[in-house]
Design a protein around this ligand. Structure first.
Ligand SMILES: NC(=O)c1ccc[n+]([C@@H]2O[C@H](COP(=O)([O-])OP(=O)(O)OC[C@H]3O[C@@H](n4cnc5c(N)ncnc54)[C@H](OP(=O)(O)O)[C@@H]3O)[C@@H](O)[C@H]2O)c1
Length: 257
């Protein structure tokens, strides 16, 4: 039975992914800040016969990746899902330093350190899977969420590069890109009234997680959740950059009531 470690598993897409891994007989290591929510989730899966360990930690804090790695010493993590992430909405010039650095720290620094911590063991065992959760936001600049979009561009570039490096080593690296999804994300980000969420229609977290589960188990390098999201992501490759950026801003602006 293999062990999967999922960050950001107390809610949203991470929780739905945990459900799928539990259903498919994997042991779970679940990470998030809220110990109470994690305990509730653990109880739910343990009642179904799944072995669950929880790690309560703020992954936006500097030594957190090392802490998680230490906590899992002695057990092989076969699948690592770097899912925890957050966005903050607003003009960059007015954004607080804690939101700017918090997004970079959680979405980039910790994700990178987690990958660096767990990848060598997987390569040594010639077996393992890593899935980094990026976003369709990573395919274009994002005025009004400039830092968030840029962090997700990093995740896409980083993951595709690492996937290439480990090809043939028995390890796969998958970059998974959801589009707008109904979770707690938009409320925390402050963009739940944007055209993206109000007008275009967001996907359900369980549908998105099902796409992510398939992508990581098939070892796909880059997977975009949802056919419409795939088309939008492809269109950014051919349209002029200025136009793409202007449309991206329009989509992030508040929808008419
Ligand atoms: N929802 C969307 O529209 C959307 C679209 C594209 C991509 N994504 C990406 O999908 C991933 C999951 O997002 P989601 O929509 O499921 O968001 P969510 O509903 O807000 O859930 C985020 C999860 O991450 C945990 N988390 C947040 N900050 C953390 C921190 N500092 N340390 C440890 N855990 C932390 C949260 O638990 P605690 O609060 O208990 O810590 C929660 O379990 C993110 O990487 C996000 O960028 C989301």
């Amino acid at each position: 039975m293999s062990t999967v470690l999922i960050t950001g598993a107390s809610g949203g897409i991470g929780y739905e992914l945990a459900k799928l891994f539990a259903r498919n007989h994997h042991n779970l290591i679940l990470v998030a800040r809220s110990g109470e929510k994690l305990a509730k989730v653990a109880t739910e899966f343990q009642a179904q016969g799944t072995t669950v360990k929880t790690i309560t930690v703020d992954l936006a804090e500097a030594p957190s990746a090392k802490f998680v790695f230490e906590q899992t010493r002695g057990e092989n993590v076969d699948i690592l899902i770097n899912n925890a992430g957050y966005g903050a909405f607003g003009e960059f010039a007015e954004m607080s330093e804690s939101d700017i650095l918090g997004q970079i720290s959680l979405n980039i620094t910790t994700l990178t350190q987690m990958t660096r911590s767990f990848l060598p063991g997987m390569i040594a065992r010639r077996s393992g899977r890593i899935m980094n959760v990026a976003s369709t936001a990573g395919f274009q600049p994002g005025p009004l969420m400039a830092v968030y979009y840029a962090t997700k561009a990093y995740v896409i570039s980083f993951s595709e590069a690492i996937a290439n490096e480990v090809a043939g080593a028995g390890v796969t690296v998958t970059c998974f890109c959801p589009g707008a999804t109904h979770t707690g994300f938009a409320k925390r980000a402050g963009n739940d009234q944007s055209r993206i969420f109000k007008q275009f229609g967001a996907m359900r977290a369980d549908e998105v997680a099902a796409d992510g589960y398939q992508a990581v188990m098939k070892g796909r390098t880059l997977a975009i959740s949802g056919a419409r999201n795939w088309v939008v992501a492809q269109s950014t490759r051919f349209a002029p950059r200025k136009m793409v950026t202007a449309i991206s801003r329009w989509a992030s602006e508040k929808a008419a009531p």
